[in-house]
Design a protein around this ligand. Sequence first.
Ligand code: RB5
Length: 146
Amino acid sequence: MQIALASDHAGFAYKERLRQLLQEAGHQVQDHGAYSEESSDYPDFAVSAAQAVARGEADYGILICGTGIGVSIVANKIAGVRAANCCTEEMARLSRQHNDANVLTVGARLLPFEQVWRIVEVFLTTPFEGGRHARRVEKIHRLTGR
Ligand code: RB5
């Protein structure tokens, strides 16, 4: 799969580790920054990765900041993006099954890396259930035209 990765300084170290693990797992990874632990502004990088997902240039996005909250707020401004900030594997599973989330956001200051990796694995391997959930997702799309 094509995965668009982005972080700010707080998520930089986790992004680097995720990139390596995702590549080892056979995914194509796009790195939308940040490129160091120097203080930076999460909207700059989150919007770039989210737009790649919305344009169909990436199958999924994974965004990391201190809490996962800032990058999720940014990503959900982009039409066609359904970003879910997940703290547990169960949240990741349900965000795919029920919400057809196409962007996962996580907080590097809240979760150990091993937990983040398990969340990522669940997110990338869980299909959307469709059915009644498709009707609800369609109603989300109508808010922005897609
Ligand atoms: C940066 O200090 C921090 O505010 C940012 O990483 C993120 O947690 C914002 O939501």
